[in-house]
Design a protein around this ligand. Structure first.
Ligand code: NAD
Length: 261
């Protein structure tokens, strides 16, 4: 039996990168997956690829910062599949700048995507999980930056730290309902989000792109390696399939040893 047979899993930001791989791995393990993303065309492509591979997937247009779109997207999920068992709150962006140069608009945009999005999707999915009384799993995409800081990333670091607080509160409120909440904290993964940052950081720090990779991104790993989307998806699979409240309110760092708890 596949580990997620008959589970309905909603993954935000699943049209690209880490979220896309999580959706594929969940589908390969028997889940019905909902690809919720701002970019509906890319979400449709991701859902079609999963269906072509024999899985079950639905694409849903969702800007996680828009309350009505989140409410509608979760309602659409329940209309199609009857329930939500697993939420992966993964949608995110990166904007790098010095604190003194950050515009208030960029600051608010970052907190909205990472924190408002996590709150809104949690609220809507958790209501369904509680009403059905069969438990569930909520997984937040944190970062090593949930635990430590880097230059140029003030709102990202702030938001990723904030997810630990939301997760722990959800774990406490969800406990009596069998709803577990955990945070995955990846190191650097080569996705469009990171590829965009390399030249930006090189310019801002006055070093080469190679130096950004070696001396900034991977400097503190045990082996100089990037984390992969498969590494993160496999941890997300374990957290989604785990069966008891023994594993809740935690953050798991998946980073080749960068930041050891
Ligand atoms: P990505 O750019 O490949 O994918 C992000 C997806 O989120 C895109 O499909 C995008 O359309 C979607 N998205 C953006 N804003 C949205 C919104 N408002 N509503 C709905 N969808 C939206 O990025 P990724 O690297 O796969 O990042 C996914 C998550 O992993 C993010 O939360 C990121 O902070 C986190 N993360 C990434 C890394 C890394 O090194 N790539 C490391 C740690 C944590």
């Amino acid at each position: 039996m596949n580990r997620l047979d008959n589970k309905v899993c909603l993954v935000t930001g699943a049209a690209s990168g880490i979220g896309k791989r999580i959706a594929e791995v969940y589908a390969a393990h028997g889940a019905k997956v909902v690809i919720a993303d701002l970019k509906i065309d890319a979400a449709e492509v991701a859902a079609r690829e999963i269906r072509d591979a024999g899985g079950d997937a639905l694409a849903v247009a969702m800007d996680v910062t828009d309350e009505q779109q989140v409410v509608d997207g979760v309602a659409k999920t329940i209309a199609r599949y009857g329930r939500v068992d697993v939420l992966v709150s993964n949608a995110g962006i990166q904007i790098v700048n010095r604190v003194t140069d950050f515009s208030f608009g960029d600051w608010k945009k970052m907190l909205a995507i990472h924190l408002d999005g996590a709150f809104l999707t949690t609220r809507e999915c958790m209501k369904d999980m509680q009403a059905r009384g069969e438990g569930g799993a909520i997984i937040y995409m944190g970062s090593v930056h949930s635990h430590l800081a880097s230059k140029l990333k003030a709102p990202y670091v702030t938001a990723k730290h904030g997810l630990l607080g939301l997760c722990r509160t959800v774990a406490k409120e969800g406990g009596e309902h069998g709803i577990r909440a955990n945070v995955i904290c990846p190191g650097f993964v080569r996705t469009p989000l990171v590829d965009k940052q390399i030249p930006e950081q090189a310019k801002e720090l006055g070093i080469s792109e190679d130096e950004v990779v070696k001396n900034v991104m991977l400097k503190d790993t045990v082996d100089g390696e990037f984390t992969t989307v498969d590494d993160v998806a496999n941890v997300a699979l374990t957290l989604a399939a785990f069966e008891t409240n023994a594993l809740t309110g935690q953050s798991l760092v998946v980073s080749h040893g960068w930041f050891m708890q």
